[in-house]
Design a binder for this molecule. Structure first.
Ligand code: PHE
Length: 346
């Protein structure tokens, strides 16, 4: 077989093979074997010099022609295969828009946070600003400046977590925030104040369905000239009506806190039975929602105010209790138990 014959046969075979190729991998392989730098056509071209001189020109011309033809055929095939592969991948990846979508896992707010936000919104409408006070307190601010010097028997009302640092405790209530707010915003007892102080409180108590070692309180504090007990009663009544419904009635029972005088406990008529008596209000018709009172003169002075000129009221409420009543949650331990079966319900 002459070299020219070999060239023509190679051309026929390579063309036939190219027409059969269906994948880009096989195509790349063909390119390498036939028209690549070490491909068969190229190798044949290099052998031109072995031909008798008179045949070289014709052979070289035809070999270059064939190489060009095969290169063109290769480019066309490459384009076709690319289109086929694209069509196939579009076919395979087709989206069935009639299938139901995958559910997005949605995070949600903790029920305590939901209640807190509701409480903030109501107090905000009534002109109370949120003030954040520290969780880690000193014995002095948590008790001493609130009119409970060391060894005062009233300290027993709050079972306290002490730290290894003498004088540093976890706050047992949000009331120490009253001192911080008065000192920070009162400008040496010259400016009125209207704030709420929400936050976590800690008590060294037996954990039961009704008591936890941590819980939120929302403290309220209003300081001004001529603030009276009637302002306290009216303000808390308005809050309760916005929170629990316009028909709610409030009851103030005389009580005692060392940092308020006079002091009271506040009950709302049962939000479930309306006062008729049910197992939530233990057939009393009333639910306790807050402790409150007029800020004690000693506390006013510790906050920088002259108690002969300034007066104020304060209250503290427990939002977890509010949430439990609202949703019929029977055990407070659910709140910080991190059980998704509980949390998913809100
Ligand atoms: N700090 C009190 C408690 O934890 C509640 C309270 C706040 C009472 C403000 C009066 C005024 O029980």
């Amino acid at each position: 077989m002459t070299m020219l014959d070999r060239l023509e046969t190679l051309y026929q075979q390579a063309s036939a093979e190219l027409a059969q190729i269906a994948s880009s991998e096989a195509l790349a392989d063909w390119e390498r074997r036939v028209i690549g730098r070490k491909g068969e056509v190229t190798l044949l071209l290099r052998q031109t010099g072995q031909l008798p001189p008179e045949e070289r020109a014709a052979f070289g011309k035809r070999a270059n022609e064939i190489k060009a033809l095969l290169s063109e055929a290769f480019a066309r095939r490459e384009e076709e295969i690319r289109e086929q592969e694209l069509a196939r991948s579009m076919e395979e990846g087709q989206v069935d828009v009639t299938l139901p979508g995958r559910k997005v896992a949605r995070g949600r707010l903790h029920p305590a946070t939901q209640t807190l936000r509701e409480v903030y919104a109501i107090w905000a409408e009534m002109g109370f600003q949120v003030y954040r006070s520290r969780d880690v307190e000193t014995d002095e601010v948590n008790f001493g400046l609130l009119n409970m010097p060391p060894y005062h028997p009233a300290r027993d009302m709050w079972d306290t977590f002490y730290t290894t640092e003498p004088g540093v405790i976890l706050r047992t209530h949000t009331s120490p925030g009253q001192i911080h707010a008065m000192r920070e915003y009162g400008e040496n007892g010259t400016k009125p104040i209207r704030v709420i102080l929400p936050g976590m409180c800690y008590r060294y108590e037996q954990i039961t369905a009704r008591s936890e070692v941590q819980f939120h309180q929302v403290e309220g504090l209003a300081i001004g000239r001529g603030i009276r007990m009637t302002d306290l009663k009216g303000t808390l009544t308005e809050f309760a009506r916005r929170m629990y419904g316009a028909e709610r009635r409030l009851r103030f029972r005389a009580s005692h806190f060392p940092f308020t005088e006079p002091s009271a406990e506040v009950d709302v008529d049962c939000i479930l039975c309306g006062g008729a008596g049910c197992n939530v209000c233990k057939y009393s018709g009333w639910l306790e929602i807050a402790g409150c009172g007029m800020v004690h003169p000693v506390v006013l002075r510790n906050g920088g105010y002259d108690p002969t000129v300034w007066s104020g009221f304060a209250f503290g409420m427990g939002p977890e209790r509010i949430t439990m009543l609202k949703h019929g949650i029977r055990d407070i331990r659910y709140f910080w138990g991190n059980d998704l079966r509980f949390l998913n319900q809100f």
